[in-house]
Structure formats: structure tokens, C-alpha cells
Write a protein that binds this ligand. Structure first.
Ligand SMILES: Nc1nc2c(ncn2[C@@H]2O[C@H](COP(=O)(O)OP(=O)(O)OP(=O)(O)O)[C@@H](O)[C@H]2O)c(=O)[nH]1
Ligand SMILES: [Mg+2]
Length: 339
């Protein structure tokens, strides 16, 4: 049995980038343990250095393969990188990535790489406080880039965009023919689109369909975006600001490493653009606001659960069943007693 580490030891270990202690601290955050909050609070002052990149998209589009290849590209560029896979269906240690075993083994002894799969989305569901806690730890540990892979199923895509500086949406050939199949929400959150599996037929059609959908709003895609929302109304339809970000559609064959360096470069361009345009401040404000909201929700939920147990909920249920009261009135009365 490894001995329990004190909060101070974990904080110190995280800040020194000690992998073992970092892993322990992450486990504490995942388990929402007693001292998780103290650890996060203590390291938070040392965060802000990492560029956080969300990689999202439909199941099986090749996100994990792409992330693995991206990690190598980052290492070749002498940048350290941490990977968080949220609710992975294909674990990095095996599964669909068996073909990459050799490459991953080459990475596993590398102090500049840290890979963590998270089997939980936290007690609230969604990409909530738990994931941003893990990102906080990795940031504090000094990684230059943090890649967060989530399977895009509606809400998860939007949430990753709130947690990341740059959002990459991964598509694969096969849906390009039907523009209606391209979810509008996906286009709204994407800073960069990638059509992976470009070795398959129909890749160019998918690229064109995406480009068409992107430009369907008369060039609005070139205006500064804040996760889909225009920051300010455009003065005129063809006057995209000089410092606007252009959402481009790239192609890759992640399984062969093709197009991966280009993708990394485009991510780096977005990183630079965020800083040069000042947009980084807005994204960080947005990230912080979401983080605060999530933390408050989580804490409120925890407190309410604890106190609702003491409200003799069963008695209220019976009273409603007997039609002595109704759920609407009951909820109001219970809440009044709680807060
Ligand atoms: N033909 C082809 N296959 C690929 C490519 N990239 C990945 N694959 C394969 O696609 C399958 C799914 O790859 P993953 O990387 O696990 O995809 P994923 O998006 O992470 O999947 P989930 O996490 O389950 O959503 C695997 O069998 C990969 O080998 C590619 O560029 N071309
Ligand atoms: Mg995956």
C-alpha cells in the first residue's frame, strides 16, 4: 500500500511536475476527495501557462489516433504536452490504439508527455468541475499544451469549447453529402475543422460540404468568434476585421501521421492569434466564468443533497400522492426551509 500523501506533499509534487504525485493529485480530484479543493486552490496561482486544446467529434472519427500523432508532433517541436481523454471508449493503453502501441511506448518514457484517461464526468454529469480541476493540475505542473479529447455528443462538444482556448472538431468522410447531417452547433464551436480518414473516399466532398456550411452565413465565419457567437455586429457583410480568425477545414490521415504537422501548426497559429488579437482575455474570462458556475453548482448540489435528506422527503412524497399538496408548492416550501 502506498502511503497517503499530505496535501502539502501533493501540491509541492504537482508544482515540481512530479508524475507520480501529479497522478495521485488527479485521482483525488476525480474522486472529489476532501482535500481536492485545497490542492486545486493551492496550485491555481501557478496556472495560466498552458494552451488548452479541445479535440471533439463524433465517436470513431479518429480523435485518439489524431491526438497520439499530435503528441509526437508537439514533442518534435520541443513542447511538453498532457492529454486528458474524458469518458474514453477507446483507452490510450489499448483498444483501438493497439496499432499505435509502438509509438505510444516510445512516448511513455518521455517526461514531456502525460496521458490520463478519465472514466468519470463527475457527479453532475457533463464536462464539469472534475475535468477543469484536472486541467488546472496539468497546467500547474507546467505542461505547455493540454489536449482534451471528448466524444462529441451534443452538450459535451459545447462544454469542451468552454473549457478550451482552441477547439478542434474532427469529422470523417461519410456525412459530407448531407449538409443537414453537419450539426450547426459543431460549426459554431470549431476554431479548426479536420476531416480525418482522408484516405477514405468522399473526404473531399466532406471538406467542401463543411466549407460551404461555414460560409453559408456570408463570411460571418471570418469575423471574430467567441465560441460561435459574434463578439460584435459586423459593420457590413464583407468587412471581416483584419484580425479575424478564419475557420479552415484541414485534412488528415491520423493513422499514417499525414496532415498532423499542419494541424499542429494551425493550432499554434490560433494560439498566436488569440494573444495578438487580445481574444485570449475574453476566452479566459469565459472559461473562468464557466468554471465558477460549475463549482458553485457542484457545491450547491452537494449541500442541497445533504440537507434534503433531512427534510423528510418521503413525507412530502406521500402528501403529494394524497393530493394534500402538489409538487410545485412542495418544492417551494422545501427550498424555503433549505436556503
Ligand atoms: N482509414 C483510417 N482509419 C483511421 C484513421 N485514423 C484513425 N483510424 C481508425 O479509426 C478507428 C477509430 O479511431 P480512434 O482514434 O479510436 O477514434 P476516436 O474518435 O478516438 O473514437 P472514440 O474515442 O471511440 O470516439 C480506429 O480503428 C483507427 O485505427 C485514418 O486516418 N484513416
Ligand atoms: Mg477516442
Amino acid at each position: 500500500m502506498p502511503r497517503e500523501r499530505t496535501t502539502d506533499e501533493l501540491v509541492d509534487g504537482v508544482l515540481r511536475g512530479n508524475r507520480l504525485l501529479l497522478a495521485r493529485a488527479i485521482t483525488q480530484v476525480e474522486n472529489e476527495s476532501e482535500n481536492a479543493r485545497a490542492i486545486l486552490s493551492a496550485v491555481y496561482g501557478q496556472t495560466g501557462g498552458a494552451h488548452i486544446v479541445g479535440i471533439t467529434g463524433a465517436p470513431g472519427t479518429g480523435k485518439s489516433t489524431l491526438v497520439t500523432a499530435l503528441v509526437q508532433s508537439y514533442r518534435a517541436a520541443a513542447l511538453s504536452v498532457a492529454v486528458v481523454a474524458v469518458d474514453p471508449t477507446s483507452p490510450y493503453s489499448g483498444g483501438a490504439l493497439l496499432g499505435d502501441r509502438v509509438r505510444m511506448r516510445a512516448l511513455s518514457g518521455d517526461a514531456g508527455v502525460f496521458v490520463r484517461s478519465m472514466a468519470t464526468r463527475g457527479s453532475l454529469g457533463g464536462l464539469s468541475a472534475t475535468t477543469s480541476g484536472v486541467i488546472t493540475l496539468l497546467d500547474a505542473a507546467g505542461f505547455d499544451r493540454i489536449l482534451v479529447e471528448t466524444v462529441g455528443v451534443g452538450q459535451a462538444e459545447v462544454e469542451i469549447a468552454s473549457a478550451a482556448h482552441t477547439t478542434v472538431v474532427v469529422e470523417a468522410p461519410g456525412l459530407g453529402d448531407e449538409v443537414q447531417a453537419i450539426k450547426a452547433g459543431v460549426l459554431e464551436i470549431a476554431d479548426i475543422l479536420v476531416v480525418n480518414k482522408a484516405d477514405r473516399s468522399g473526404a473531399d466532398r466532406t471538406v467542401r460540404a463543411l466549407e460551404l456550411a461555414l460560409h453559408a452565413d456570408g463570411g460571418a465565419a471570418r469575423a471574430p468568434r467567441h465560441h460561435g457567437r459574434l463578439l460584435a455586429p459586423e459593420p457590413s457583410s464583407d468587412a471581416a476585421p483584419a484580425d479575424g480568425w478564419e475557420v479552415r477545414v484541414l485534412k488528415s490521415v491520423a493513422a499514417e501521421g499525414a496532415g498532423v504537422d499542419d494541424l499542429r501548426q494551425r493550432i499554434e497559429e490560433h494560439h498566436d492569434w488569440l494573444r495578438e488579437s487580445g481574444e485570449i482575455a475574453q476566452r479566459n474570462a469565459h472559461r473562468t466564468a464557466r468554471m465558477l458556475e460549475n463549482l458553485i453548482h457542484a457545491e450547491l448540489n452537494r449541500r442541497l443533497r445533504k440537507r434534503i435528506a433531512a427534510t423528510r422527503l418521503a413525507e412530502w412524497v406521500e402528501a403529494v400522492q394524497r393530493r394534500e399538496t402538489d409538487p410545485y408548492r412542495a418544492a417551494t416550501v422545501i427550498l424555503q426551509e433549505l436556503v
